[in-house]
Design a protein around this ligand. Structure first.
Ligand code: ATP
Ligand code: MG
Length: 715
């Protein structure tokens, strides 16, 4: 008799599935069936052990991956089970906070800030501090804020019952940070960084809450564990303490979020933290042809900080990997477009079987041009997220203003479309708001007769909100949406702009709400709806079944697989990125190499690498093929397009010169010979600046010399 849960699993996967108790980790390369093992295990625990599915937490990174897991689990055990705990870290935190955030006197309809909302707050902060982008850009300010939220220390500020308004500090970034926190607090608003920190904070502060959740979480499973950050790992570890069933799977070679705090050590040193843990290794790849796998294995071997593991596969050889080198970026992308047509013709494939990956978003522009020209339908994942598009954000802000009355939405919408309410109006209103300790909306309601505030536009705005609030009491969310559009004047505004796209997008929003209403047996709760969509990414809103070529960054492609993959813009300064080259830390280059490995291992049947000559605007240098190309032995791929011996030579020299990875550094005290300054002795080795300080005897001076300087030899 066949067993849908256990059939098609190899020996190691079977072991992973059946070892349900205790601390277990799976370390295995790309495409080896880690996610498959994890979903089968979930099904096994429910179906064979009889555990309630709501006692199994299963976390991963992207919504897309979580949806995929749910789908696979449902295929195994049917859809009568609750699979809402198969989720992302953020998704879990929102769910947790909805239940527990009142412990820290926040309401359960707290709002979640996206990038646009963060900017709205910053705009206000900058206004109040009377600074502008000359002092600091929004981007810099947001980076500072995110960095300052690196751990949960800042929470004691947020939760202390005081405002930072009067805090004395001269440091501008810190001032901005404090004001930002203050405004967040006033609005009960959490940004993405906060979700996890608030969760960990509540769990560590309130023991009864911790115990309650620990008792519920009989089994915990983590996918892509190599990219867990401190607080993410802390969260799952903490929750696993009572039942002690923690299953983590990952591939250290696919760590691509170190720059954002990922610590592959949690996976690699899992056995040190839990000495009784069981480790399962898998090395058979089921995804890619041997030809593709060889390229992946070959590239990743160049990383120093790794445990060597070669993937093997039993699939037939397949076609060769192709590298195309274009004379310019136009030639590169046209070649991609024509190759896509060729694949469709010869392979009986659809457009949707094809995916184009790149390291940096800007690469898509060139590709898009050719796809349009050649009539190849495509869709981009990433870029401006659907829910952050201006028109969508407008409607959602109105919705949020109606249910929450928060300042952030107020600031965005009170004079949009224009109601003739200017800067003076706003200054007076914020003053009164602060003075009377009221939200802007409440302050306006209370002070509508105030000289500065008694404007026609202001009264109209209040009426509008009141009417919509009334409407919201009885009507569905999609109807409310339509009402908002018409009554607020937004629809008229977009119509006047003649912007079809905006209206289309809004229709899309309304129809997605309708769909949700039909799916849900109960009426949709607006607050929960808003919290949920705040976590959506573009990837989640795209229609899977459209027959279009997919374009996305490598980061987004993590965990996914596609029959035909193009990796475009395989150029020095793009992959590896200019920043990683500049940093000259071998760790940064290693992360870029892992990104390349992730890209290669997404492909099932065919894999193409492309690059082109020309000028790179980011680096200000001529473009050369990526150094990683020269790490692949030429017998492993075929080259199309003309790569002249000169370019080939120049690229190799360039790659070698900027390559610090394999260089043995000289030590303090070493005697060296410099081509011009002659003999000298190393006085210091400065790792931050990548330079030595050398005392040259002949000239009697100490000079800083770059690690990479070619004409310096040890004697
Ligand atoms: P990644 O590291 O990219 O996340 P992964 O290790 O999670 O990859 P999966 O996505 O689980 O790999 O599996 C890769 C592909 O191999 C899938 O299409 C899956 O269905 C298939 N597969 C996995 N295990 C087996 C098996 N034992 N027999 C046949 N096919 C398998
Ligand atoms: Mg996976």
């Amino acid at each position: 008799m066949t067993d849908p849960i256990l059939e098609n699993l190899n020996q190691n996967q079977l072991q992973a599935v059946e070892t349900t108790e205790g601390y277990v980790r799976v370390i295995a390369g790309a495409g080896s069936g880690k996610t498959k093992a994890l979903t089968s295990r979930f099904a096994y625990i429910v179906d064979r052990l009889g555990i309630n599915s709501s006692n199994i937490l299963c976390v991963t990174f992207t919504n897309k991956a979580a949806q995929e897991m749910k789908k696979r689990v449902k295929m195994l055990i049917g859809d009568t089970y609750d699979v809402s705990l198969i989720t992302t870290y953020h998704g879990f935190c929102v769910r947790f906070l909805r239940e527990e955030i009142n412990k820290i006197q926040y309401p359960k309809n707290f709002i979640i800030l996206d990038a646009e909302d963060q900017k709205t707050i910053l705009r206000e902060v900058f206004n109040e501090l009377d600074i502008n982008s000359k002092n600091l850009t929004f981007k810099q300010a947001l980076q500072f804020i995110s960095k300052s939220k690196g751990n949960s220390d800042y929470l004691s500020y947020i939760l202390a019952n005081k405002s930072f308004e009067h805090e004395n500090t001269e440091n501008l970034s810190l001032k901005i940070f404090h004001k930002y926190l203050d405004k967040q607090k006033r609005n009960y608003a959490l940004d993405f960084d906060d979700l996890i920190h608030f969760t960990v904070y509540i769990l560590t502060t309130f023991n009864e809450v911790l115990v309650k959740w620990q008792e519920n979480m009989h089994y915990i499973q983590v996918d892509e564990a190599q990219d867990s950050s401190d607080s993410q790992f802390e969260l799952v570890e903490m929750l696993s303490r009572i039942h002690q069933n923690l299953f983590v799977v990952g591939d250290p070679d696919q760590t691509i979020y170190e720059w954002r705090g990922a610590k592959p050590e949690y996976l690699v040193d899992f056995d040190k933290m839990f000495p009784n843990c069981e480790t399962i290794i898998m090395n058979q790849n089921y995804r890619s042809t041997p030809n593709i796998l060889k390229v992946g294995n070959h590239i990743i071997k160049n990383n120093k900080i790794r445990v060597d593991k070669d993937m093997i596969t039993e699939r037939p050889e397949g076609v060769e990997v192709v590298h195309f080198h274009g004379k310019n970026d136009f030639e590169e992308s046209l070649w991609v477009a024509s190759e896509i047509k060729e694949i469709l013709k010869t392979e009986k494939a659809n457009y949707s079987d094809i995916t184009i990956l790149y390291r940096a978003n800007h690469i898509s522009r060139n590709i898009e041009q050719s796809l349009i020209k050649e009539n190849v339908p495509y869709t981009i994942f990433g870029g401006v997220k659907f829910f952050e598009r201006k028109e969508i954000k407008d409607v959602l802000s109105m919705l949020r203003l109606i249910v929450n009355g928060d300042n952030i939405s107020f600031l965005r919408m009170f004079n949009h479309p224009s109601r003739g309410l200017g800067k003076k109006f706003m200054e007076r209103l914020s003053y009164l708001g602060r003075e009377q300790n009221l939200s802007l909306l409440r302050a306006l309601e209370q002070n509508i007769t105030d000289n500065e505030l008694s404007k026609k536009g202001a009264a109209e705005f209040l009426d509008l909100i009141a009417e919509l609030k009334e409407f919201a009491k009885t009507k569905s969310i999609s109807d409310l949406d339509k009402e908002i559009l018409e009554r607020s004047g937004l629809a008229a505004l977009y119509r006047k702009d003649g912007d079809e796209n905006r209206l289309e997008n809004i229709k899309e929003l309304v129809s997605s709400m309708l769909l949700l209403e039909q799916e849900n047996k109960e009426p949709v709760n607006v607050e929960e709806y808003l919290q949920e969509i705040a976590l959506y990414t573009d990837l989640d809103t795209q229609n899977e079944h459209q027959d279009k070529v997919k374009l996305m960054t490598i980061h987004i492609s993590k965990g996914l697989e596609f029959p035909y993959v193009f990796l475009c813009g395989f150029t020095e300064g793009v992959l590896p990125s200019a920043l990683s080259i500049k940093e000259r830390r071998s760790r940064a280059i290693e992360e870029e190499r892992r990104l390349t490995y992730v890209a290669v291992t997404r492909a099932e049947k065919r894999f193409y690498i492309t690059d082109s000559e020309g000028y790179n605007f980011t680096t200000g240098l001529n473009k050369y093929p990526s150094r990683f190309l020269f790490e692949i032995s030429e017998e492993f791929y075929i080259r199309k397009g003309k790569l002249s011996p000169e370019i080939l030579q120049a690229s190799k020299v360039q790659a070698r010169d900027s390559n610090t990875e394999n260089k043995e550094l000289f030590g303090v005290g070493d005697l060296v010979l410099h081509q011009v300054f002659k003999k000298g002795r190393i006085k210091a080795v400065n790792l931050d600046k990548n330079q030595y300080s050398i005392d040259f005897f002949e000239i009697g001076k100490e000079k800083p010399i770059d690690f990479n300087f070619r004409f310096l030899k040890k004697i």
